[in-house]
Write a protein that binds this ligand. Structure first.
Ligand code: GDP
Ligand code: GDP
Length: 438
């Protein structure tokens, strides 16, 4: 996983412009009007030789009908919780505004490294603002002009200096597993998280307060292993943004799952799978994350066998790409069955990390080709020669052969299903690529 650099700040300070500069292409739309709807943008970028994943939080503000500061915070919280470094951008021309100061206060309490960036500092405009910005207590500001391309080399060096050491970023075994809990409103996500944490200390209190803004929660499972829950957005946002809830729950899910390794998709078991649940599941698959499906509120499901069957049928017809998806039934309210969740999460994580030995892989491949010959394409038979696993997280395989890239979908599916069954890769996204050789 690449280190994650999140760009946060007030609307219109130039986050998207900076993002484009750092990403090296015009990846995000830039708009003059504050709060114009934009999708959050992500890109991989190389900053002084380090690969990073850049995240632009611009355009998330408008969903939440609240104060500017509240909106900034709500929209950035999830992204910030998963960040290895936060670039907090302020506007030199506007100076440091009260929302900037509030946001800085909040940011300081998030425990993530922050680099203060004073944008629109072309010419001499930045000097005053940079002085003001010291007062935010976030260390030395870096003055740039994203639009005019000034100060960017310095900025990149400052970013690179603050990234975690290279080997720590790459699959450190001691790193806590990163988990997100997503799902539609009322599925029971906050109740479940409270059960996992074992006390009600954070989120569900009635009055708005600091504690409900916890954005990353560490929990320890029976084996003493630590799991980091990267999203509490559904919980945080709930009390504040009732109207926008339906919309937010999906966009929050999208953000959260990008930061996670394993995603728990919580569903209200009394309602079964809705189309929106399937959409989130497909998104998890597309992002290549491991997934565990939770059927919650099992205590009040009248006919459990029927409910289970309905879900299984729906998964089979509508979610074939995650065949074998682990399903855990529970009552987050009573706690019954909650203990099954973390073992299932660990198992899903292990499958997602699986590496198959090349020898075994090619023995399977030969047998698979024998059982069903590759089809004719334009009257000529495809010659598929061998297969390797290019990477894990999720398992990714490459098939080489003459005109391999022309392999029809149906045959691709046949191979993916074979891989899934033969190497026990249930419920995890499987990537299969084809490369032509001479
Ligand atoms: P965002 O809302 O924070 O993502 O801000 P944008 O990137 O959309 O930029 C808002 C406005 O500020 C746009 O009109 C940009 O052209 C302008 N802008 C961005 N960077 C600079 C800069 O370095 N100097 C000046 N003068 N304007 C800038
Ligand atoms: P969220 O919006 O996904 O965070 O859902 P909440 O955790 O706030 O739960 C929504 C409602 O469902 C609350 O009234 C919970 O008490 C209730 N709830 C959550 N889990 C269960 C459960 O397992 N059984 C029952 N009967 N109710 C539950």
């Amino acid at each position: 996983m690449l280190p994650i650099v999140v760009i946060a700040g007030r609307p219109n300070v130039g986050k998207s412009t900076l993002f484009n500069r750092l990403a090296g292409r015009r990846a995000a739309l830039v708009a003059d009007t504050p709060g114009v709807t934009r999708d959050r943008k992500e890109a991989e970028a190389t900053l002084r030789g380090r690969r990073v994943r850049l995240v632009d939080t611009a355009g998330l503000e408008e969903s939440a009908p609240e104060t500017l500061y509240g909106r900034m915070r709500a929209s950035s919280a999830t992204a910030v919780s998963g960040a290895d470094l936060v670039l907090f951008v302020v506007d030199a021309r506007a100076g440091i505004t009260p929302p900037d100061a509030h946001f800085a206060d909040w940011l300081r309490r998030q425990g993530r490294p922050v680099l203060l960036v004073v944008n629109k500092a072309e010419g001499r405009a930045g000097a005053n603002a940079a002085l003001e910005a010291y007062a935010l207590g976030l260390g030395d500001p870096v003055a740039v002009s994203a639009e005019h391309g000034e100060g960017l080399a310095d900025l990149m060096r400052e970013i690179a200096d603050r990234l975690p050491a290279e080997d720590a970023a790459e699959g450190d075994a001691d790193r806590p597993l990163k988990l997100a809990i997503v799902g539609r409103p009322n599925a029971g996500k906050s109740t479940l998280l409270n059960q996992l944490v074992g006390e009600e200390r954070m989120i569900t209190g009635p009055e708005p307060g600091l504690t409900r803004d916890a954005v990353a929660v560490l929990i320890t499972d029976e084996q003493g292993q630590v799991v980091e829950v990267v999203d509490t957005a559904g919980l945080r946002r709930r009390a504040r943004i009732e109207q926008a809830l339906e919309k937010m729950s999906v966009s929050a899910a999208i953000e959260a799952l990008k930061m996670a390794e394993v995603v728990v998709l919580a569903v209200d078991g009394t309602e079964g799978l809705h189309e929106q649940d399937l959409q989130i599941a497909r998104l998890i698959e597309r992002e290549g994350r491991a997934c565990v499906l939770v059927l919650n509120k099992w205590d009040v499901v009248p006919d459990r066998a029927a409910a289970r069957k309905a879900v299984a049928d729906r998964l089979e017809t509508s979610l074939a790409q995650l065949k074998g998806l682990p399903v855990v039934t529970m009552s987050a309210l009573t706690g019954h069955g909650v203990d099954k969740l973390l073992p299932a999460v660990r198992q899903a994580h292990a499958v997602w990390n699986m590496r198959v030995a090349t020898g075994a892989l090619n023995r399977w491949f030969e047998a698979a080709l024998e059982r069903h010959q590759p089809p004719l394409v334009d009257g000529r038979r495809l010659k598929l020669r061998y297969i390797t696993q290019a990477k894990a997280r999720p398992p990714t395989f490459v098939v080489f052969g003459t005109r391999a890239e022309q392999t029809p979908d149906a045959y691709q599916r046949y191979l993916v299903n074979g891989l899934r069954e033969s190497f026990e890769l249930p419920g995890t996204p499987i990537r299969l690529q084809f490369r032509g050789t001479q």
